[in-house]
Structures are given as structure tokens and as C-alpha cells.
Design a protein around this ligand. Structure first.
Ligand SMILES: [Fe+2]
Ligand SMILES: [Fe+2]
Ligand SMILES: [Fe+2]
Length: 415
């Protein structure tokens, strides 16, 4: 299948999902990237090196899926448990061929400069990791300030950072960052709208690699893992939804290309959930109206992110229509049956079935008969596609097993 996406555009779009974990202060990775690039620019780094620095900065916190862990990382200058997300992030990047060379950078973005000297690493990796560490810590120091407050508090920030020069950070980087931060533009650049414009401008003048379908798949898988790591109750959710949608689509006779695209849409369908606070996702009981609104936002956030990644490609729509129903009562677009393509209908059923098969905070995994009953009721109410549900019923045990139940247990439960 021919598929050509600019790598810069993909990393930028998908890094917004990583940034969602910051919930209200949601552009951390991008601010770190811009600040680090100011320093790299001053130090005369080559363009390709600055591009790698930007990719690594955008994705440096991809190992953080929970809002709780994110809270620690942005409130403590040196958090004792910081290494966990570095290791997870490195493992995730290692699985994406176009980005695997940045895995060690992410691995060491909380390693002290003094420590880095003792490790057997290329100097380029060491420097990139440490520059991200430094920019990251400045972003943490400025987190609670608006632009004017940040400029007023600039000397305090650098008093703190200078204290760690040589120990945590490469001294040359601290000096260059202080020099860059002396300009007002440095701080204005960090405001959300300016940040977006600045990045857009960089993407236009950057000669980025082009991704093909396999690259997109590898990156989508990486993000499925990030989303699924959000809570133990959603472990493997996106992965299983992908497997099940593919099984249903191919069983219903859709082409290999469509199955491939539906698989990608399924990996990415819950991207927006990264913005839902852990407490809501893991709540043991009914959600309040306000919590429900927060939850319902996720498929719109998926849409926004995928639109930036794929433009008007159907994958973006199939993924973000997974909570729509044929009756128009779904969310967030309240689409009608004629607006819902068959691929989106398959994904919606696969999503529901996987969720029913998974243990959730408020109930245990459901056996095949219960899944058939609940999905059947939704179909009878006109919400789900009857042909897709028909296929599910004809292949119930297999679908149930793919969704996460064991085939043997399914058979026993069905008897
Ligand atoms: Fe960070
Ligand atoms: Fe969802
Ligand atoms: Fe889902």
C-alpha cells in the first residue's frame, strides 16, 4: 500500500498525545523541544542533529502514561523514581525503526551529567540526553508561571539550574540556555499558539524522512502500547481491538488494504484517553456528570490528533467514530447511520466486545453469552450494525478469545 507521511508531521502530531498526559499543562514535550533547539542553535549544531533533538524532545516522556507519574515529574527537580519512564520510553522508541536511534537519548534524559561521563555512550547521545534533561527541568521550574511571571522569575530559575551545573547538567548547556533565555522572544515562543506556529514553521523548512505504511504501523503500535499502559484495566485494549477488528473485517470479506488501515485506526482509536485523569479511568462506580464529560472528550481528542497526522484520510475518521451509534446518540459528533462507514461500525463493535471481555474497575470480565446478550441488545436498539453483530454471533467464541478471553475458558463458559 502506498502511504507517504512526513516524519516530522507524524512525530509532531503524535507527540500531542504524549503531551495530553499533562492534562491542563499539555505542551510539555513541545516546549522542551523548542528550548533545547534554542541552545543547539546557539552552539551551532547541524540541522539533522537539531531535527533529532526535536524528535527526541517531543517524545521524551512517551514512557509516562499515567497522570500521577506525570505529576511527580513536573513537581520535583530530581524525582527518585524517574528512571522507570526513561526505560519504558527507550523500549517503546526501540520498536520504531525510524526513531530507534533515539532510544538511548530517551533512556538517559534523567541521568546526571556526572554519571553520563562514566557510561560508554557516543558523545552525541550524551549531549542530546543532557540537553533535554536541562530544558525539561527549566520547563518544570516555569510550570506555574505565565509568560510575564516567568520572565520576572528568570534569575531565580537560573540560580537553581547553575547550582547543578557540572553535576546534573553540562556547564556549557546551562550557560547557553541562560543566554538564550535572556531574550523575551524565548519566553513568548513558549506560549501555546506561538509554539504551534513555530513548530509548523520548522516543519516546513525541515527536510524530514518520509514514512511508508510499515513505518506508520510501527509508530501506531508504539502509541497503542502507551495508551494501553494508562491503567491495568486497559492493558492490551487497543492491541486486542486491533486484532478483533481485523478478524471481523477480513471475515466479512474486506480487502487486505482495508484490514491494514482498520488495524492502524484501532491501534490509535483511544489516543485521546491519555488526557483522562487516572482517577476517572479507574473509578470504581458510576461517573459524575462532570467526569463523564471529561471521559467523552477522548474520542474528539483522538480525532484532532489524527487529523493533524493524516489529514482527511479515512483512518482518522474510523478511529474517532468508535463511540458513535447508528441512532445518532453516540459521541462526540452524534453522526447518523449514513455517515458511519462499515469500517467504523466494525471498530465500534470490536471496542465494545473487548471492553466487555476485560476486567474493569466496576465489574469482572464477562463470559461469551453475556457479551452476546449485551451486544445483541445494543443491536436491537438500532445502535450497532446488524451485519457486524451477526458475524460476531456466528464466530462468538473466536471473537471472545481474540478480545482477550481464553478460547478454552470461553467454551466452558458457553456450555
Ligand atoms: Fe519531561
Ligand atoms: Fe474510546
Ligand atoms: Fe477503546
Amino acid at each position: 500500500m502506498s502511504f507517504r507521511i512526513n516524519l516530522f508531521r507524524a512525530v509532531n502530531a503524535l507527540s500531542s498525545a504524549v503531551d495530553f498526559v499533562g492534562v491542563d499543562d499539555a505542551m510539555h514535550g513541545k516546549r522542551v523541544g523548542i528550548m533545547a533547539c534554542h541552545v543547539a542553535d546557539l552552539l551551532g549544531w547541524a540541522e539533522w542533529r537539531q531535527r533529532d533533538l526535536l524528535y527526541a524532545s517531543f517524545l521524551h516522556d512517551c514512557g509516562v502514561s499515567t497522570t500521577e507519574e506525570h505529576g511527580h515529574l513536573v513537581s520535583e527537580l530530581e524525582w527518585s523514581n524517574a528512571q522507570g519512564h526513561c526505560l519504558r520510553g527507550a523500549a517503546l522508541l526501540g520498536g520504531v525503526p525510524l526513531l530507534a536511534h533515539l532510544a538511548l537519548v530517551v533512556r538517559h534524559h534523567h541521568t546526571r551529567w556526572a554519571e553520563l561521563q562514566k557510561l560508554d555512550l557516543a558523545e552525541g547521545i550524551r549531549e542530546m540526553a543532557n540537553l533535554i534533561f536541562l530544558a525539561d527541568r527549566l520547563d518544570v521550574l516555569r510550570a506555574a508561571s505565565d509568560t510575564n511571571q516567568a520572565m520576572t522569575r528568570r534569575d531565580d530559575f537560573f540560580k537553581t539550574l547553575r547550582k547543578y551545573s557540572g553535576l546534573l547538567f553540562k556547564p556549557e548547556f546551562v550557560a547557553a540556555l541562560e543566554q538564550a533565555a535572556a531574550s523575551e522572544a524565548f519566553w513568548f515562543d513558549l506560549e501555546p499558539q506561538n509554539l504551534q506556529d513555530h513548530i509548523l514553521e520548522m516543519s516546513v523548512r525541515t527536510d524530514a524522512a518520509v514514512m511508508d505504511f510499515e513505518d506508520l504501523k510501527a509508530m501506531s503500535l508504539m502509541f497503542a502500547r502507551i495508551v494501553d499502559a494508562k491503567s491495568p484495566f486497559t492493558a492490551e485494549h487497543s492491541m486486542k481491538v486491533a486484532e478483533l477488528s481485523r478478524f471481523i473485517a477480513s471475515g466479512m470479506g474486506m480487502s487486505d488494504d482495508t484490514c491494514d488501515e482498520l488495524e492502524i485506526a484501532s491501534y490509535l482509536h483511544d489516543l485521546g484517553k491519555l488526557r483522562v485523569p487516572d482517577a476517572i479511568l479507574a473509578k470504581n462506580g458510576p461517573l459524575s456528570d462532570a467526569e463523564r464529560l471529561v471521559m467523552k472528550r477522548h474520542s474528539y481528542d483522538t480525532y484532532e490528533t489524527l487529523f493533524r497526522l493524516l489529514g482527511d484520510h479515512p483512518i482518522a475518521r474510523w478511529a474517532s467514530f468508535h463511540h458513535e451509534t447508528l441512532t445518532g446518540e453516540g459521541y462526540p459528533f452524534h453522526l447518523k447511520a449514513r455517515q458511519l462507514p462499515i469500517e467504523a461500525r466494525v471498530l465500534a463493535v470490536a471496542d465494545i466486545v473487548q471492553a466487555l471481555v476485560q476486567n474493569r474497575p466496576y465489574r469482572l470480565s464477562l463470559p461469551p453469552d453475556e457479551v452476546r446478550r449485551i451486544v445483541g441488545e445494543m443491536k436491537d436498539a438500532g445502535r450497532l450494525d446488524p451485519v457486524v453483530v451477526g458475524f460476531l454471533n456466528e464466530n462468538l467464541l473466536q471473537c471472545w478469545a481474540i478480545a482477550g478471553g481464553g478460547l478454552e475458558e470461553g467454551r466452558l463458559a458457553a456450555e
